[in-house]
Design a protein around this ligand. Structure first.
Ligand code: FAD
Length: 423
């Protein structure tokens, strides 16, 4: 055993998904232990965008003020064409906050991770590092994890939040991460090093042929976060050594001066090849359940990966709380079934939409010009395409909103020759 005291829930993985789920369950009075393979809890990377469907949950957790202190609340999100620099569409984030009741924030990953780590400590979560889980088993009364060093631990339920390369996922699916052939370069740097005028009131996204560039402020505007993403020619050619820095400059050679100015600032000693997985609709095997990227790693174009992971823990904890008498045992079977009834379908939609959104961003030629015309025609205050994401997180399939507002049926093209509307 990793520790003497018995717990109700073992969570494998101490990323944003695992820690937020641990906190969600611990605040409902459950005894929770997190097993993290690394020697320290932490996050690599740079900024994260967190939409109102996540800040609503942070508010429910009593953590939103702390997040606001550490993050930035931008005034707008603006999408521009990466070639000519022209504006395509925007979100007015102050109005968006009025619409959804909670803000759109950007925050350093390690700051959000730190918020959950401190919250876990305050609620008594048992936090174990240096614990690499290599196997899972259901038992008569719960589930057991086997550690690479020969130890084992068990609990009523095991939640696997072990990320893209999840070991636990093998219990439920025989799949592999899917390479997009795109790679992300990041940089989070002091604002003085920006070397150009940057509007920190904006989350800015430039979309271009086979590439895009994201830029926003972090830590109250002290830092600048940049993400440069491009399709690797070496990946397309099947070369193993793909996404290397020599490909970065070429990928952005035809972009506008604003984007070009940001490229020399990118970190060149590490980069992130972008993988997702096909959606799976079964996340629970007996007393073992997947959560976060282990269940639904997306391409990041919707900026919902960490957000979905946080939603998973919130939904699971609500269902456990609803099936538990004061400090008594919970009906875990019922709670896991309710979790699995609602989350896989929502996340399937996000995963498939993220793939389509990425394709739209990276168009070239006539298709790019057609995209630009359509995006320019969008009304800034039309939220019909994002209601299903930014609205309250559904606890049941019935609460899950439709993806798109119904299309009016009185238009000519849905009428039959007799003039009746399509039913
Ligand atoms: P992870 O962060 O991968 O955590 C898994 C944890 O499990 C790690 O700590 C790992 O060490 C541990 N672990 C793994 N295996 C084991 C094992 N065998 N035993 C024990 N521990 C183990 N999301 C957003 O919401 N907004 C954004 O703006 C956004 N931007 C992104 C930009 C980029 C370039 C990328 C690549 C992703 C972005 N995402 C964004 C997605 C987001 O980063 C992930 O979806 C999120 O971090 C997943 O969290 P997780 O806890 O499920 O997994």
């Amino acid at each position: 055993r990793t520790s003497a005291s018995p717990v109700d829930v073992l969570i494998v993985g101490g990323g944003i998904g695992g820690l937020s789920a641990a906190f969600a369950l611990a605040r409902e009075g459950l005894r929770v232990r997190v097993l993290e393979r690394a020697d320290e809890f932490g996050e690599v990377g740079a900024g994260l965008q967190i939409a109102p469907n996540c800040t609503r949950i942070l508010h429910d957790y009593g953590l939103l003020d702390e997040a606001k202190d550490l993050g930035v609340l931008p005034g707008s999100m603006v999408m521009r064409d990466a070639v000519d620099g022209g504006e395509l569409t925007r979100l007015d984030l102050a109005d968006l906050e009025r619409e959804y009741g909670f803000p759109y924030m950007v925050i350093h990953r390690s700051d959000l991770h730190g918020i959950f780590l401190r919250a876990c400590r305050r609620t008594g979560v048992d936090l174990i590092t240096g614990a690499r889980v290599s196997g899972y088993e259901n038992t008569a009364t719960g589930a057991r994890v086997l550690l690479a060093d020969g130890r084992a631990d068990e609990a009523r339920v095991v939640i696997a939040a072990d990320g893209l390369h999840s070991v636990a996922r093998g219990l439920l699916a025989d799949d592999e991460p899917v390479s997009s052939s795109y790679v992300a370069y990041r940089a989070a740097i002091p604002i003085e090093q920006a070397g150009r005028e940057v509007d920190l009131g904006e989350v800015s996204v430039h979309v271009g042929p086979r590439c895009h560039f994201v830029c926003y402020g972090l830590r109250g505007g002290e830092m600048l976060n940049q993400v440069a993403v491009f399709q690797s020619p070496k990946a397309l050619a099947g070369e193993a050594d793909w996404g290397t820095p020599d490909e970065l400059d070429d990928a952005f050679a035809a972009t506008c001066p604003d984007v070009q100015a940001g490229i020399p600032l990118m970190w060149r000693d590490r980069w992130w090849r972008m993988f997702d997985r096909d959606p799976i609709m079964t996340w629970v095997d007996g007393n073992i359940a997947l959560l976060g990227d282990a269940a639904h790693p997306p391409l990041q174009y919707m900026a919902q990966g960490a957000v979905m992971a946080i939603e998973d823990g919130w939904v699971l904890a609500k269902h456990v709380a609803a099936r538990r008498a004061a400090n008594g045992p919970a009906d875990w079977q019922g709670a896991l079934a309710a979790y699995e009834a609602v989350r896989p379908e929502h996340c399937r939609r996000v995963l498939t939409t993220a793939r389509a959104w990425g394709e739209l961003w990276h168009l070239d030629g006539v298709a790019r010009l057609q995209r630009n015309a359509l995006l320019r025609a969008r009304d800034t205050y039309d939220y019909s395409f994002i209601d299903w994401i930014y609205g309250p997180t559904a606890l049941t399939p019935e609460e899950e909103p439709p993806m798109f507002a119904p299309i009016p049926l009185d238009s000519a093209d849905v009428r039959d020759p007799a003039g009746r509307s399509d039913p």
